[in-house]
Design a protein around this ligand. Structure first.
Ligand SMILES: C[S@@+](CC[C@H](N)C(=O)[O-])C[C@H]1O[C@@H](n2cnc3c(N)ncnc32)[C@H](O)[C@@H]1O
Length: 241
């Protein structure tokens, strides 16, 4: 069998660049995920720097939401960030809200770099971040003191196969405590397609799988987005009843 890392290495462009001649960076991600066993395609993507979703900094809509104080978000307790990548957003959440933040990813390389970023970040107490190699769907009630006060999803929902979305909704409902928040940065809102990642997404896709234990408390097109995200993202926050 051919080695997808070796093959893609020959055709890939530097991070953030779209190859003009070979497959696009997104096609390269899809090839890695499709051809890998045991979910290690994501780790290969991080190793090769084929990470078009990674801005290198915290997402501007999240920065603005936390700074605006428009929602009374928790300032004590536990947060969770599944599919955390290099960890800019969980570090921001812990620093800004002071939450004890668990950030997980199934890609070892991402968790490693996230820990390096954390060492440079000096998150002040009571804020705290723990990066851990873990699968969201295997999290149990013993994490986050039983239940989380806030969970943040940026490009995790669109990374998982659509057939797992129902399970995502069930797990979110199980993991967030009553009165807690689910912050979703919906991206990329591109024309419909039946392949991925990223898989086709609209804000209502989250509602469809969350069930009736949630109320929407915030829904806005961000005023500030990264250049490549403009017109393609929406910040939606739910509160668990
Ligand atoms: C599109 S990336 C987004 C990364 C991150 N949110 C960021 O801002 O860079 C999706 C991430 O989800 C991770 N992932 C995929 N399935 C996962 C799972 N079941 N549990 C935890 N992480 C997962 C991948 O390894 C990848 O790092």
């Amino acid at each position: 069998m051919s080695d997808p890392v070796a093959e893609i290495s020959q055709t890939s462009s530097p991070p953030g660049n779209v190859s003009q001649t070979g497959p696009s960076i997104q096609e390269q991600v899809r090839k890695l995920i499709a051809e890998s066993e045991d979910q290690d395609g994501w780790d290969k993507a991080w190793k090769l720097g084929i990470t078009p979703w990674d801005a290198g900094y915290a997402q501007p809509p999240l920065v603005d939401l936390l700074a605006s104080k428009v929602l009374e978000l928790p300032t004590s307790g536990y947060a969770l960030v599944p599919g955390c990548g290099r960890g800019y957003d969980p570090i921001l959440i812990a620093s800004t809200l002071g939450l004890d933040t668990l950030a997980i990813d199934i890609a070892e390389t991402a968790v490693q770099v996230a820990n390096e970023n954390l060492a440079k970040a000096n998150v002040a107490p009571p804020g705290k971040v723990t990066f851990r190699l873990d699968d969201f769907f295997k999290l149990s009630g013993s994490d986050g003191g039983g239940q989380f006060d806030l969970i943040y999803d940026y490009t995790f929902f669109v990374a998982i196969p659509p057939e797992l979305r129902k399970e995502w909704g069930k797990k979110m409902t199980e993991l967030v405590k009553s009165g807690g928040f689910l912050v979703t940065l919906v991206f990329p809102m591109d024309p419909p397609q039946d392949y991925g990642p990223p898989f086709y997404v609209r804000p209502e896709h989250y509602v469809e799988v969350l069930g009736n234990q949630w109320e929407k408390v915030y829904d806005k097109v961000p005023e500030r987005s990264s250049e490549t995200h403009k017109g393609r993202e929406q910040m939606v926050v739910y509160r668990k009843l």
